[in-house]
Ligand binder design. Sequence first.
Ligand SMILES: C[S@@+](CC[C@H](N)C(=O)[O-])C[C@H]1O[C@@H](n2cnc3c(N)ncnc32)[C@H](O)[C@@H]1O
Length: 205
Amino acid sequence: MDVKQVRHAYASVADLYIELFGTSRQVHADDLAFIGQHLSIRPGAVLDVGCGPGHITGHLRSMGVDARGIDVVPEFIAHAKAADPHGMYHLGSMNSLGVENHSVAGILAWFSLIHVPPQELDGVLAEFHRVMTPAGALVVGFFDGDEVAAFDHKVVTAYRWPVDEFAERLARAGFSEVDRQQRPSVGAHRPCAAIAAVVGSADNR
Ligand SMILES: C[S@@+](CC[C@H](N)C(=O)[O-])C[C@H]1O[C@@H](n2cnc3c(N)ncnc32)[C@H](O)[C@@H]1O
C-alpha cells in the first residue's frame, strides 16, 4: 500500500470528510451497536486504527472504553484532539503500530483496511495480532462484494471483499470470527459488512 498516497488523498478532502462523516450521529445505529457490543467487553486499551476524525473513538470513550485513535492524516488527528481534548490520538500507521506486543485488548479497523491492497492485508493483520492480548477483540468494517476487487472510492482506490474471504484472512492471521453483520446497498450506499473476531479460539469471546 502506498501510505503516502492515501494520506495525501484524505488530507486534501479532510474538511469535507469531517463535515460529512465526522460525528457518531452520522454512523448507522446498527454499526455503532455492533462496534460497542464487541469492543466494550474487556478492560484495557482499544486502538481505533485509521480513526479518521476520531468520532467513533470518542463514541467508545463515551461508553467508558479506553479507546485511542491512530491515523496517518495529520488533519484528522488535529481535529480529533480538538474535539476530544482528553482523548489520545496519534499520528501513525497500521503497518507498524508502535505499541508493545500483547498490550491492547481490542482493535477497531472501521473502513480503514479498505485501501490495503489484498496482497498486503496479511501483513497488517499480523501487526494487529502482534499487539493484541491473548483474548483480544477485533472489529473490522469494509465494503462487501462478490469478489475481491478494486473500485473507485471517492477518496482513493479501495477494495471490496466477500465476507467469507475476509473471514478466511482473519483466520489465517490467528483470529476466530464470533459475529458478522451485512447491510445491502441502499440508495448511493454500497453494501457493507462488519466482522467481530477474537484472538485464538472463538471460546475466548
Ligand atoms: C474511510 S476512512 C474511515 C475513517 C473512520 N474509521 C471512519 O469510520 O470514518 C479510512 C481511514 O483510514 C486511514 N488510513 C488509511 N491507511 C492507513 C494506514 N496505513 N494507517 C493508518 N490509517 C490509515 C485514512 O487516513 C482514513 O482516515
